[in-house]
Design a binder for this molecule. Structure first.
Ligand SMILES: Cc1cc2nc3c(=O)[nH]c(=O)nc-3n(C[C@H](O)[C@H](O)[C@H](O)COP(=O)(O)OP(=O)(O)OC[C@H]3O[C@@H](n4cnc5c(N)ncnc54)[C@H](O)[C@@H]3O)c2cc1C
Length: 409
C-alpha cells in the first residue's frame, strides 16, 4: 500500500559551492580539501559527531598507508588525518590497543624496517572526534549536525539542491557540486544514479570495557566475506539499504556485546567489568555503492589508470597496489555529483579494499579538490574538468600518484 505525499514549498537555507553529505572520514577529507581549495563548503551529518564508522562505530584502526613492501602509497590528507588520530597519544596502550605511528614511518625512519612494519595507527575514538571537529572548524566549513539528506532536486542532469531534515524541519541547500560521502550512496540513489547493494554484512560491534581498572578494546564480529552469499550460511546477513535489516543488525550486534560482557564477568568474578563505549551507528561494511563512470575491479591491481586520483595498498596482504580512477567517483546521470569513501564505484572483488579508512580519505580528498575546482572553473560541470589539472593539484597537496608504485610487481 502507498500514500501520496502532498507537494510542498521548501525553504532554501543556504547556497554553497560544494555540499558534502556525510561526515565520516571521506566526507571530512572532502570538506577540508574543498575548503582549502577556496570553495564555500557545507558538510551535512545526520549524527552529532564527526568520524562516522571510525569514531561512532568504534572502528579504531587506521589501516596501512603503505604497500607492505616498504613503500608509502598514501600521502596528502590521508596521512594528515592518520597523524591527527594519534596526535595526543603519549604512549602505546596494550588493553585499548591505542598505538602511535611506528618509528620507522616517522621522518628519517629506518627504511629497511618499513618492509616489515606497516604504516598504521590505532586511536582513541573520543579524542579523534574532538580533534576532527576542531580541524573542520579551523578550515571554515559550515557544519550541520543532526541533519539528514532525504531528497534532492534535479534540473538538466544536475543536482541543484539537497533537501534535508533536522530540528528546524525540512529545508533545501543549493550546491554547485555535491559529494556523496554517506557511505551508503544515499545521494546517488536519490539522484537516480545506478547503484548496487550487497547483503553480505554480518553482526559486528567493537567496544571498550573497563576490566579490573584497565580499558580494553573488544573486537567482536562474525566471520565476514565480501562475496559470500546467504546460501547455507548459519549466521545472519544484512543489507544496509533496508530500515528493518539495519535495526536488526544493530540490535543483534548489541546482543553479541551483552553476551561477551556476561562471559567476561563469569571468567573474572572478582573484577568489575563495565562497558564504556559501544557503537552508536550501524557497523555495516559494504552497503550500497555508486555504479559510476568507471568501476574498479580486483583485476586492476598493479594497472595504472590515466585518470588516477590516488593509490591504495591492500590491507589484507603485502604487495598489491591499486590506482583509483577519477571515473569511480563520477556519477553518470548527474554532471555535478561525486561519490567518496565506502560508496565509490568498486565491484565486490575489490570493495573490501576501497571501503577501509585510508582509501576513503584518498577518494574524499580527490572529490573535495575536484569539486572546488569545478565550482570555480566549470560552473560545477565535472565533465569539463581536465583530470590532468586535478592530478597536478592533488600532487601539490602531497597525494602520491606515482605510476612506478602501482606497476611494481
Ligand atoms: C566492523 C567493522 C570493522 C572495520 N574495521 C576497519 C579497520 O580496522 N580499519 C579500517 O581502516 N576500516 C575498517 N572498517 C571500515 C571503515 O571503518 C569504514 O568503511 C570507513 O570508515 C568508511 O568511511 P566513510 O567516510 O566512507 O563512511 P562512514 O564512516 O560510514 O561515514 C558516513 C557518514 O555519513 C553519515 N550519513 C549517512 N547517511 C546520511 C544522510 N542521508 N545524511 C547525512 N549524513 C549521512 C553517517 O552518519 C556517517 O557519519 C571496518 C568497518 C566495520 C563495519
Amino acid at each position: 500500500m502507498y500514500i501520496e505525499e502532498p507537494a510542498r514549498r521548501v525553504r532554501v537555507c543556504g547556497n554553497y559551492d560544494v555540499v558534502v553529505a556525510g561526515g565520516g572520514i571521506a566526507g571530512i577529507a572532502a570538506a577540508i580539501a574543498a575548503a582549502r581549495g577556496g570553495a564555500s563548503v557545507c558538510l551535512l551529518e545526520k549524527e552529532s559527531a564527526l568520524g562516522g564508522l571510525a569514531t561512532l562505530g568504534v572502528v579504531t584502526v587506521w589501516l596501512p598507508l603503505c604497500d607492505g613492501r616498504g613503500h608509502q602509497v598514501i600521502g596528502g590528507l590521508g596521512e594528515e588525518l592518520l597523524r591527527l588520530s594519534v596526535a595526543d597519544l603519549r604512549e602505546d596502550r596494550t588493553g585499548s590497543r591505542w598505538s602511535r605511528v611506528p618509528d620507522c614511518w616517522l621522518p628519517g625512519g629506518d627504511k629497511e624496517e618499513r618492509q616489515h612494519k606497516r604504516y598504521i595507527a590505532s586511536f582513541n575514538p573520543t579524542a579523534y572526534l574532538l580533534a576532527l571537529e576542531r580541524l573542520l572548524a579551523e578550515t571554515g566549513v559550515a557544519l550541520l549536525y543532526d541533519t539528514r539528506v532525504c531528497s534532492v532536486r534535479r534540473e538538466d542532469s544536475r543536482v541543484t539542491h539537497l533537501v534535508v531534515e533536522n530540528k528546524g524541519g525540512r529545508a533545501a541547500i543549493g550546491c554547485s557540486v555535491v559529494v556523496d560521502a554517506t557511505g551508503d550512496a544515499d545521494v546517488c540513489h536519490l539522484a537516480r544514479e545506478a547503484t548496487e547493494s550487497l547483503d553480505t554484512n554480518v553482526l559486528a560491534g567493537w567496544f571498550y570495557a573497563l576490566q579490573g581498572g584497565d580499558l580494553h578494546l573488544q573486537m567482536l564480529t562474525h566471520a565476514f566475506s565480501p562475496v559470500a552469499g546467504r546460501e547455507g550460511a548459519e549466521q545472519p546477513f544484512f543489507r544496509g539499504d533496508d530500515g528493518d535489516q539495519v535495526t536488526r543488525q544493530i540490535m543483534g550486534s548489541r546482543e553479541l556485546i551483552r553476551q561477551r560482557l556476561d562471559r567476561l564477568r563469569e571468567q573474572r568474578p572478582h573484577e568489575d567489568v563495565q562497558p564504556v563505549l559501544v557503537p552508536t551507528i550501524a557497523c555495516l561494511r559494504m552497503t550500497r555503492r555508486l555504479v559510476g563512470a568507471t568501476t574498479l575491479q580486483g583485476s586492476h591491481v598493479h594497472a595504472w589508470a590515466d585518470d588516477a586520483i590516488g593509490l591504495s595498498g591492500d590491507w589484507r596482504k603485502p604487495g598489491p597496489v591499486y590506482a583509483i580512477p577519477w571515473g569511480t567517483l563520477c556519477g553518470v546521470h548527474n554532471r555535478n555529483l561525486l561519490a567518496a569513501g565506502r560508496c565509490i564505484s568498486a565491484d565486490a572483488s575489490v570493495w573490501d579494499v576501497t571501503r577501509v579508512i585510508p582509501p576513503c580519505a584518498v577518494t574524499g580528498e580527490a572529490a573535495g579538490t575536484g569539486a572546488a575546482m569545478a565550482a570555480r572553473t566549470t560552473s560545477g560541470d565535472l565533465r569539463q574538468l581536465p583530470v590532468s589539472a586535478l592530478q597536478h593539484r592533488l600532487e601539490a597537496q602531497g597525494v602520491l600518484l606515482d605510476r612506478a608504485l602501482v606497476e611494481a610487481p
